[in-house]
Design a protein around this ligand. Structure first.
Ligand code: NDP
Length: 285
């Protein structure tokens, strides 16, 4: 990773490595451990936290709300997402209010449309713009948008104010490199990689068993999981949000920002897990 922050098209600086929180906050007995994991991350310098109203029906947001208590809010970069069926005039304002209450804060740094639904893009964009004006959110973006969706978004009034697209991207699933990533780069929109660890290899079993991944991990004295993170962060226009409910893993993931894969190492990973040579439609988890 060559830079710790990335400049968004509206001038804001966004950290390139943060913490995902899907499934966190859902089990009462894990509350202390997960709060400690998030706090360990913040203490180490992690500023970006990604969540969604969907995660545990607000429980993930509530866990974050408790974990960030006592920290300087202005140092954090909080991201949440609105369900597609809430992303219109009738419901979005209530949704954002609930998210802010859960997070115990009065603004979001970034608010994302979780995926495309039935509400027209024009309407969602209008609402997002209003939320920016009201100071409830500092910026907005989308998630799970493929290249055609992005083109359509940019054709609606103020659609070009979208600052990121959050999509599935890991070493074993590189379809975005064919057209979405270059398109986003051209439009100065970073790609936020979700499941950058392929859910600890669950999404693709051969990743962590790969001799190439293991060899590179050995050379750098790091874990295979850190190799996966270093791989996505090798691309300058990519932000990654690995999730862990364990402090030790959160810190390992954070240390991945210091790893510099050489071009030769990148080439070996590229050979072991090649990017498709034609358009593949965006996968979603
Ligand atoms: P990840 O690829 O981040 O993998 C998470 C898994 O990896 C967990 O099982 C975790 O277990 C394990 N893990 C994390 N760090 C380490 C480590 N250093 N060593 C060993 N195991 C590790 O999967 P997610 O699905 O959580 O994706 C990341 C985030 O992206 C989500 O949490 C969410 O915020 C976002 N997301 C967004 C989506 C969207 O539609 N916009 C869809 C899916 C995810 P452990 O807790 O034991 O460390």
């Amino acid at each position: 990773m060559n830079k710790n922050e990335i400049k968004l098209s509206n001038g804001m600086e966004m950290p390139r490595l943060g913490m995902g929180t899907w499934f966190l906050g859902e089990k009462k007995q894990k509350d202390d451990q997960e709060t400690a994991a998030l706090r360990a991350g913040i203490d180490a310098g992690i500023r970006l936290i990604d969540t969604a109203e969907m995660y545990g029906d607000g429980k993930s947001e509530q866990l974050i709300g408790r974990a960030i208590k006592g920290y300087d809010r202005s140092r954090l970069f909080l991201v949440s997402k609105v369900y597609p069926h809430n992303a219109g005039r009738r419901k979005i304002f209530k949704s954002v209010q609930q998210t802010l209450k859960n997070l115990q804060t009065d603004y979001l740094d970034l608010y994302l449309l979780h995926w495309r639904g039935a509400v027209p893009l024009e309407e969602t964009v209008e609402c997002m713009e209003q939320l920016v004006k009201e100071g409830k959110i500092r910026s907005w973006g989308v998630s799970n948008f493929d290249t055609d969706d992005m083109r359509e978004l940019l054709s609606v009034p103020n659609g070009d104010h979208c600052v990121v697209d959050q999509v599935l991207y890991h070493l074993g699933l590189r379809g975005v490199e064919y057209d979405l990533l270059p398109w986003l780069e051209e439009h100065q929109i970073p790609l936020m990689a979700y499941c950058p660890l392929a859910q600890a290899g669950d999404l693709q079993k051969d990743l962590l068993k790969s001799s190439t991944v293991k060899e590179i991990a050995k050379i750098h004295n790091i874990t295979p999981m850190q190799v996966l993170l270093a791989f996505v962060l090798y691309q300058p226009n990519v932000i990654a949000i690995p999730r862990s409910g364990k402090a030790e893993h959160v810190l390992q993931n954070w240390n991945a920002r210091k790893i510099r894969l050489t071009d030769v190492e990148y080439g070996l990973l590229d050979k072991a897990f090649p990017a498709p040579k034609q358009k593949t439609y965006l996968d979603i988890v």
